[in-house]
Design a protein around this ligand. Structure first.
Ligand code: FBP
Length: 313
């Protein structure tokens, strides 16, 4: 008997997905279950936990490999996915020509955070078309965030919605709606910028100092894109893994990371920029190389416009 009355009227993810096309709802629901089942396996990969730092890297590499294999196998078993492009795969998995969806995966984004028990997660982009395509052709984007609680955020182009995994007193559990039609708060509160600050464009350094001095914003950088994105989604602000003198194309992958989370950012009323002189959204960028990297800047619209001006100055 489920007696947790406090949650009785909160819609479940399954209910919330009902207005979507049946096949898309089924895929997002399957992803939610797969991603939850995976969590119970994580501790066994902490072989570095004995304090042998050399083992940490090996443990994380093993975890990344397992997570990718399990996620790909489970998604193929749904019968809904014809092609999988994964950051952990050298080549795509072409399963068949008939299933409705092509997916992009970052199977464990920020996985090195596991050894310090900080947030990390899974990013999935869902297309009906074959790639390469721009992010404007994305059917939906979803991420799972393994944090102090388990949350899942998705958008199919009709708002950004967040769910939390709730455990009932009878031991069962399901994803319940936490936030619907999320929008970045008008005034950005936090910002985070990756890479070595000494390799940043000096104009980006000036912009960052301005966020402190004039925008009175706080630094939040947790070392996983999904974790840092979640902070901007909830508190408003700015996040970037920029072009640098060492890595002009940045670190993040266009298809596996930037398009799905850029889609969610823009669906939530924010803006993105790929660092191009033409000032493009990451959703307008296309590359025949599905493993391509791109500089990434995202957050409140006015902060992105301010950045573009600062970088052109
Ligand atoms: P991976 O693709 O190797 O997982 O790198 C992505 C990432 O872990 C992001 O999740 C995170 O925001 C960023 O790298 C952290 O990079 P750094 O360790 O350079 O700060």
């Amino acid at each position: 008997m489920r007696t947790d009355v406090i949650f009785m009227d909160m819609p479940t993810l399954e209910t919330h997905l009902k207005p979507l096309p049946k096949d898309l709802a089924q895929l997002i629901l399957a992803f939610s279950q797969i991603s939850m089942d995976m969590q119970s396996q994580f501790p066994k990969y902490l072989s570095g936990a004995s304090g042998d730092r050399n083992k940490y890297g090996e443990a994380v590499a093993k975890l990344d490999k397992w997570a990718n294999g399990h996620l790909c196998d489970s998604l193929i078993q749904t019968g809904l996915v014809r092609t999988i492009h994964s950051e952990e795969l050298g080549e795509p998995i072409y399963h068949n020509d008939t299933s409705p969806f092509v997916v992009t995966l970052d199977p464990l984004d920020g996985s090195s955070n596991i050894v310090t028990n900080n947030s990390f997660g899974i990013i999935m982009g869902i297309y009906r078309d074959d790639l390469p395509k721009t992010g404007r052709k994305l059917t939906a984007a979803v991420y799972k965030l393994y944090g102090p609680v388990n949350t899942l955020v998705y958008s199919a182009g009709m708002g950004v919605h967040e769910f939390v995994k709730h455990y009932y007193s009878d031991g069962s559990a399901e994803f319940l709606l936490l936030n619907e039609n999320m929008k970045l708060p008008k005034k950005g509160e936090v910002f985070g910028i990756g890479a070595d600050p000494l390799s940043w464009n000096p104009r980006l350094m000036t912009y960052a100092k301005d966020l402190f001095r004039h925008e009175k914003m706080k630094v939040r950088y947790c070392g996983s894109f999904v974790g840092d994105f979640s902070q901007v989604l909830h508190k408003g602000g700015f996040f970037s893994y920029p072009s640098t003198s060492k890595d002009p194309d940045g670190k993040f992958r266009l298809y596996y990371e930037c398009i799905p989370l850029g889609f969610l950012c823009e669906e939530a009323g924010g803006a993105t920029w790929d660092g191009s002189a033409s000032g493009n959204s990451v959703l307008d960028r296309i590359d025949n190389d599905v493993d391509a990297r791109t500089p990434l800047y995202l957050g409140n619209k006015e902060l992105i416009e301010k950045l573009k001006k600062a970088m052109k100055a």
